[in-house]
Design a protein around this ligand. Sequence first.
Ligand SMILES: Cc1ncc(COP(=O)(O)O)c(C=O)c1O
Length: 294
Amino acid sequence: MTYQTGFMANQGLIPQLCGRGDLFVSDELNHGSIIDGVRLSHADRAIFKHKDAEDFARVMKEAEKHKPSYEHIWILTDGVFSMDGDLAPLPEIAKIAKEYGAGVYVDDAHGEGVLGEGGRGIVNHFNLSRDEVHVEMGTFSKAFGVIGGHISGGEDLRNFAYNKSRTWLLSGAMSPGVAAACIAAIDVLESEPRHVRKVWENREYFIKALKDLGFDTGNSETPIVPVMCGESKKAKDLANFIWKRGIFSLPIVYPMVSRDKARIRTQLSAKHTNEQLDKAVEAFEEGGKKLGLI
Ligand SMILES: Cc1ncc(COP(=O)(O)O)c(C=O)c1O
């Protein structure tokens, strides 16, 4: 199913999956559109520590003791976390969820076009099946370079969502031109796998250069590469500095991340050339030295 945006997909489907007497279990660093989707429901909610499968198991154990028993439990997680570029431990989550008969919903906004065979996303990357991860949500606004959201799942889920998902039912669909651009982007991804290889090559090239200079690139496991700066002012100053050198990369500061974890979030594209990446690294080097980051 397609939606106007990824945000609308999360807003439209999540609140329908759980109601009173049900439970959402959510990674503490999930995207705001997941959080708002949960807020729109009447279900209970529980949070587990970021990427922590053990803590997730603890939450599920606690949930089992709840009286009266929860009727439905859904686990919600980003696939790739947008601020750090790190991956959800989806195989462990899916395994534990199965033990409790819970549904698994992954927001793969940053995994599509990047992870898995030909960019098929995190579920493919981990070789998981529809029985293990029941909903894959995504967006056309990242790797696809268009706009729009989407949900995939089994037939039952689709029939349910057609009748229940309010942002799908009660708001306009994407326009034909946008739909055509989304289809064209999928065609490119399916027929030209070199773009997925290239974005990873660029990522390896760039992160190595930054690390060699002594930058802290956080927990990145993907082409989202944070350049950690500490306090917000440093991140803003560094972003301004590199902007003057012709490099556009936005600072991410409190409250989007905690106060001491401000960063510049760089995102590699398959279209970057080595010359461009060298220029970016030079700008980071000069700015990083000036601000005492390296
Ligand atoms: C993890 C995640 N989910 C959902 C969204 C929302 O997607 P869209 O831009 O299509 O509304 C974003 C984008 O900001 C995101 O990073």
